[in-house]
Design a protein around this ligand. Structure first.
Ligand code: PGA
Length: 244
């Protein structure tokens, strides 16, 4: 694992956008693994800007997202499909038919999950996957547990995730309790992974990732086994002595 320490969130977003730009320049039909949540919004703003300035062309790019809430569709402003359209796809020259998010309204959710891994394979695998991290160490919706699931699957959200995500909903009772999520194996197959750390509530989980053993109780620690992972943190956390 590599650690990239940046000045602040702005620099984190710029550095990540630059890596994306290099990958797409080298491979115009690259497959980008994308994430939702507050962490990647700065990156998406940079990508929109670079697309406007004609520094990145998304016309042949394909994207695949990590997860989606069960029960929420494209029209629902809390769905991850809506988030991706709103925060990125509606503002760049990407063909929406080349953007993939699990269908949280699928009649047969198990089938939807299975076909999602097939889709990743058909696309030729993920060239670069960005990840946020939950304050409990979750990546996508792979929550701390006694075991982790390799394939894309339907999962129950942990209470701490429901609480953390309730900030986006009117009330905690509106937060969906289930999601379709890429599994740990689906994520680990990505050729390159960038883990973006934003927010001091992530310190404990990241400290364990940097200094501790691999444990299913902190799913992010599995990233230690991947050969090309870069963790990007901002130096204000580092200065506080959180990581060393
Ligand atoms: P956040 O969420 O980007 O909103 O902090 C990250 C996550 O829960 O994976």
């Amino acid at each position: 694992m590599k650690l990239l320490v940046v000045k602040d969130y702005e620099e984190m977003s710029c550095a990540t956008a630059k890596i994306f730009k290099d990958i797409i320049t080298e491979k115009p039909d690259a497959v980008l693994g994308l994430a939702t949540g507050s962490t990647p919004i700065g990156l998406y703003n940079k990508l929109i800007e670079m697309n406007r300035n004609k520094e990145i062309n998304f016309s042949n790019v394909k994207t695949i997202n990590l997860d989606e809430y069960v029960g929420l569709g494209e029209e629902n402003s809390q769905s991850y499909r809506y988030f991706m359209n709103d925060k990125l796809f509606n503002h760049i020259n990407i063909d929406k038919a080349n953007t993939f998010v699990p269908n949280g309204l699928a009649e047969n959710l198990e089938k939807e999950a299975k076909s999602y891994d097939k889709k990743i394979e058909e696309l030729g695998g993920i060239d670069i996957q960005i990840l946020g991290i939950g304050n409990n160490g979750h990546i996508a919706f792979n929550e701390p547990d006694d075991f982790l699931i390799s394939e894309t699957h339907v999962t129950n959200l942990s209470q701490s995730t429901i609480e953390a995500n309730s900030r986006f909903f009117k009330s905690i009772n509106d937060v969906p309790t289930r999601a379709i999520t890429m599994g740990i194996g689906s994520i680990m197959k990505a050729k390159k992974i960038l883990l973006l750390v934003k927010g001091e509530d992530k310190v404990r989980a990241v400290k364990e990732l940097l200094n501790g053993d691999i444990t299913t109780k902190n799913p992010a620690t599995i990233l230690k086994l991947h050969e090309d992972v870069t963790i990007i943190i901002d130096e204000t956390m580092e200065y506080k002595g959180n990581f060393y």
